[in-house]
Every structure is written in C-alpha cells, then in structure tokens.
Design a protein around this ligand. Structure first.
Ligand code: TRP
Length: 446
C-alpha cells in the first residue's frame, strides 16, 4: 500500500553491539545517519541490535560494554533522542514476537541462501567438517530477526552496507508474504546504499573491520589515535620521492574526513614527495579536528551510564507506543484473538470494507504538550476523541484496548474518552468492527 506523499519518510538504522566503534563505522554509517536524521520530512529510528549480538558474542560483559559504547557514540555524534526514536532492541518484546510471525511465513529455503549462514557452511565444507558445524539456529534465523526490526516500525528506507542488502530484500519478501496472507499490514522496505560513503580502508589497507583486526577506534585517546595512525601501512618510498595516491590507505582515510580543497592539497603534497611521517601527522590532525569535540562528549557520556540507560528506556517507551498497538493488530490478523469477541466473516467480507476504512490518528497537542488520538471514519470524520495522555504509550495502550475489545471497551475507557451519545457509540462500535475486519480480510476476500 503506497503511503501518502506527505507522510514522513521512515528511516531505520541498527548496529549490532559486538565491539568498539571504529573510524570505519563512523565514516560508513554513524556520521551519515546522524546527519540524515535531522533532515526535514525524515522520521528516524536508531537502535542497538543486542539480540543480534547474542548470535556472535557469548561474553555478557562485552555485550554490555559494547551497547554502552555504541549508544554513547551515537549520542556524542549528535543523535538527538528527542527528535528520533532511539532504543535498544531487547527493550521491545514485540520484536521477538513478530519474529515468530515472520518465521512462519518465511521459506526455509530462503534462509538457506542467506550469505552469513552460507559462508559458514562453505567454510565447513572446505575444511571437510560437518556442514552445520558451529552453526547455531540463531545464525540461521538472523535475517528473520532483522526483518522483524524493520517491519515492526514500517520503515521505508534502511541504510546499510552492501553486505546487508540481501537481508533487506528478505525482509521485503517476508512483508509481501505476510501481506498476501493476512492483508496489507507492512510497508515494503528498501535498502539505501550510499556510494558516497565509501568503505574505509584499515591499517593494513584492507576494509577496516573488526574481523581483520585492522581498526582505529573512533574515540581512542589522542595519543593512541596518533600511534595507530603511525602504524598505517605505506610503501617504502623516501621523503622527496613522489607518492601514489592510488591504493594509498592513508590518502583514502584522509579523503573521508577532508573537503575537496584539503584533499587536493594532500594530492599535491604526495606528488611533491611529502614524507610518510609528515603525511601521517597531517592525517592525525585532520581526524582529530573532527573527532576531538565528539570525544569530549563521548567521555562525559561514558562516565554516566545511568543517563544513557535512562535515555534508552524513554526511547523504548516511544517505540512501544507504536509496536504495542501494531502487534495487537497483527495478533488479531493471524488469528490470536479474544475468543469472546466473535468471529470475523473471513472470506465472505465485502471488498467495500477494504477500499476505505476507519483509522486511528495519534498526535501531540502543542498547546498542552499532551498526547491524544482520535478515531476517524472511512471519510476522515472524527468519530471518537480521546482525552489527553501524559505519554504516547498510554494513548497507544488505550488504542490497543479499543482494537482488541471494540465496543465493549467504551464503558471501561469512559474516563479516557470524550463522552459519546447513543448514536456516537453505535458509530464507533461499527467503525471498530470494520477496522478489525479490514485488517483480517484474507486474500480470498479481495
Ligand atoms: N545486521 C546489522 C549489522 O550487523 C544490524 C542490524 C540488525 C540491522 N537489525 C537491523 C540493520 C535492521 C538495519 C536494520 O550491521
């Protein structure tokens, strides 16, 4: 279902907390995604994929440390938790529940083809081991958990490195299958690969990556940063001899931080035979210029983990204001229902119900800062108006109860709603029924 053109673009970014953030993460993901999050018309979701970390890290202290470091890095780099939804995956219990729903519409054969799993398999086969040696079911299921991350918040765009594109395509596939089976619930996500944010080479010239052990930590102390930069591999040309920019890791890293003029200046210096020691000093100073103010914020944040914990819990509430009612709807769609609420008419449903349906709108009132919702009929007329809630999740919870219990909930929720007359009560009840039916219309009903 196409979203209307005025709806904000939902962008979702996740990082697995399995190590210490390095310059490659900064240049390839953090810097760009933080900048994008303040662009007008963009609604951003940033999260720490700690359930994913369990797949590759079995050291609890390292997961805790890494989660803290990555959260602090994002905040230090300017992520504004007021403006974006910033949370920890494991604070959203709807994600594992959605994972199960998606598991049940995902072909095992699709997962057999996932790169991360296949790479391990190929390695085992090459070694003559059992093909499934060291393969946990977690590794196999990795793409489904990732699909749930994305579909839970109906993200349109997911900025990722090329190695993750296949996972986004799988998420798309899961959304399509689910929608086909249970009605239009999920937005189909697209991967966003920004070729301008090239991968950064590491100390040895290969891609900077934890698995190559060639990284430069993003927030290392100054002296350590300088030492690491000094160990970048160069050729053996002496000062005075012209140097090649082509294939020079040092040059490429410089370029990732410098503007066009600065890059041109270094290109000339290379041609004029700058010594490697001097070139490394230039690189160090250029990186430090950008990183030093961020490092100061990072250090302050790392010294106050309770504040980060607090920020993440507030973010989780904001995220759950969306995930809870959405999961209520999905549970109903697949048939996990209140038995007392009557059965839907299934295949007998009329197409007319699908074409236009009632909807809930949540919003925040500028005047009092409180959170409200209303129920609109198929033509957009307000049928039901809520009172103000102090948090979006309270509003979300009330919507969830209305979706689940429909007309029966109106009496118990009376204090949270503007009063209705008999006619209004009837209209609201009908709309809630129609909404439940529309979300459960099966394919043969279309
Ligand atoms: N798999 C991603 C990585 O390792 C992290 C991740 C988990 C993610 N869930 C996601 C990224 C959802 C984007 C969207 O890099």
């Amino acid at each position: 279902m196409a979203s209307s053109s005025s709806a904000p673009l939902r962008v979702l970014t996740g990082i697995t907390p399995s190590g210490t953030p390095h310059l490659g993460n900064y240049v390839g993901s953090i810097r760009h995604s933080v900048r994008q999050s303040v662009a007008p018309g963009v609604e951003s979701f940033f999260f720490l994929a700690d359930y994913h970390a369990l797949i590759k890290v079995q050291e609890p202290a390292r997961i805790q440390r890494s989660t803290l470091e990555i959260a602090a890095s994002w905040l230090a780099c300017g992520l504004d938790p007021e403006r974006v939804t910033f949370y920890r995956q494991s604070d959203i219990p709807e994600i594992p529940e959605l994972t199960w729903f998606l598991t049940c519409v995902t072909g095992k054969g699709v997962l057999n083809r996932a790169h991360a799993y296949k790479a391990q398999l190929d390695k085992n086969i090459a070694k003559g081991d059992d093909p499934d040696a060291d393969v946990t079911a977690g590794l196999f299921m990795y793409p489904v958990l990732m699909g749930a991350d994305i579909l839970m918040f109906n993200a349109h765009k997911v900025p990722v490195g090329r190695d993750q594109v296949q996972h986004i395509e799988m998420a798309r596939d899961m959304a399509q299958r689910f929608n086909h089976q249970y009605g239009e619930h999920f937005t189909l996500p697209d991967a966003e690969i920004d070729d301008a944010v090239a991968t950064l080479p590491g100390l040895d010239g290969r891609k900077m990556s934890k698995s190559y052990n060639n990284t430069i930590p993003l927030f290392a102390p100054r002296a350590y940063l300088q030492k690491q930069i000094a160990s970048i591999v160069t050729d053996s040309r002496a000062p005075g001899e012209p140097k090649d920019t082509e294939g020079s890791a040092l040059f490429q890293i410089y370029q990732a931080f410098a503007d066009a003029d600065e890059t041109e200046m270094l290109r000339k210096a290379y041609a004029d035979g700058i010594g490697w020691g001097d070139a490394k000093q230039l690189l160090f100073e250029r990186i430090d210029l950008e990183v030093a103010p961020l490092r100061a914020r990072y250090e302050a944040l790392m010294n106050d983990p309770a504040e980060i914990e607090r920020i993440l819990l507030v973010g989780a509430e904001k995220a759950r204001a969306l995930s809870k009612p959405f999961l209520t709807r999905l549970r109903h769609a697949v048939g996990l229902r209140n038995l007392a609420a009557g059965k839907d008419k299934g295949g007998a449903g009329k197409a007319a119900h699908k074409a236009a349906k009632p909807s809930f709108k949540q919003y925040r009132e500028r005047a009092d800062g409180l959170f409200y919702f209303k129920l609109l009929d198929a033509r957009g007329e307000t049928l039901l108006q809520s009172r103000g809630f102090t948090s979006p999740q309270e509003a979300g919870r009330t919507i969830a109860v209305l979706q689940e219990q429909r007309g029966a909930a109106l009496a118990t929720l009376a204090a949270q709603l503007e009063p209705l007359d008999t006619e209004g009560t009837r209209a609201v009840t009908e709309a809630l029924e129609a909404l439940a039916e529309a979300t459960t219309t099966t394919t043969d009903g279309r």
